[in-house]
Design a protein around this ligand. Structure first.
Ligand code: PEP
Length: 258
């Protein structure tokens, strides 16, 4: 456990990658040598492979998640996927507000909030992703952007529901670019987010909240990032597509609990 008993969370976001055969081999390799229960490990495959991945992962110590969801119940929402459908595929966690959904697809803070609340209402762990663009960073807006996205994302979420929330701080300029925030910069952002949670809820909620880092995390930098006191794991994109790299990052999380 970390100093405050937060169990590390390491998620692998496969994004729009793999095909059926590659997804199947990747989950086999991830499960194959996974040997820990001191870290929560999750994979987020494309929707169309969820059922098969979940079947393979059942019995393994691994959560299967979706990269997005729709916030309304089943009905006339062409192309969307409800939380009931996700649960029907044995999904237990969902990403909300990933930067590619915000900045490529154009999701608003309000929509991210609706999706986050829908995920929680369905009993799914919502990994609420926040983070600043390069321009916003250069403008000194990192903390302000995180605050806006978190206040909006968690609007109407009760303290009692926070056990189903993980916050992923993912500076947009670091996602998929090979550039990583320094451990000190990431720690500063995480500490400010934790203080924000204390001011929105209370100290207990803040101490318990898992805040994970995402943005070109890889085996070579995972340990030093996760060694920071307010960094409780990682959301991994590119490196999650190689089982050996993903395992090395999980091991970095395990070593924080020793
Ligand atoms: C992500 O997709 O959330 C991510 C952090 O990607 P990458 O690790 O490739 O930067």
């Amino acid at each position: 456990m970390t100093q405050t008993n937060r169990k590390p969370f390491v998620g692998g976001n496969w994004k729009m990658n793999t095909d059926a055969a590659a997804a199947s081999s990747l989950i086999d390799a991830v499960i194959g040598s996974l040997n820990t229960d001191s870290v929560d490990v999750a994979v987020y495959p494309p929707f169309v492979y969820l059922r098969e991945i979940a079947a393979k992962a059942s019995g393994a110590n691994i959560l299967v998640g979706a990269q997005d969801c729709w916030h309304e119940g089943n009905g006339a929402f062409t192309g969307e996927i409800s939380t009931d459908m996700l649960k029907d595929c044995s999904v237990s966690t969902v990403l909300t507000g990933h930067s590619e959904r915000r900045h490529v697809i154009g999701e608003s803070d309000e929509l991210v909030n609706l999706k986050t609340k829908a995920a929680i209402a369905a009993g799914l762990i919502a990994v609420l992703c926040v983070g600043e663009t390069l321009d916003q960073r250069d403008d000194g807006q990192t903390d302000a952007v995180n605050e806006t996205q978190i206040r909006a994302g968690l609007a109407g979420v009760s303290k009692e529901s926070l056990g189903l929330v993980v916050i992923a701080y993912e500076p947009v300029w670091a996602i998929g670019t090979g550039k990583t925030a320094t451990p000190e910069d990431a720690q500063n952002a995480h500490r400010t987010i934790r203080e924000l949670i204390a001011s929105m809820y209370d100290q207990q909620a803040s101490d318990a909240m898992r805040i994970i880092y995402g943005g070109s995390m890889k085996p070579g930098n995972a340990s030093e990032l996760m060694a920071m006191p307010d960094i409780d794991g990682g959301l991994i994109g590119g490196a999650a597509l190689k089982a050996a790299d993903f395992h090395a990052i999980i091991d970095a999380g395990v070593s924080q609990t020793a």
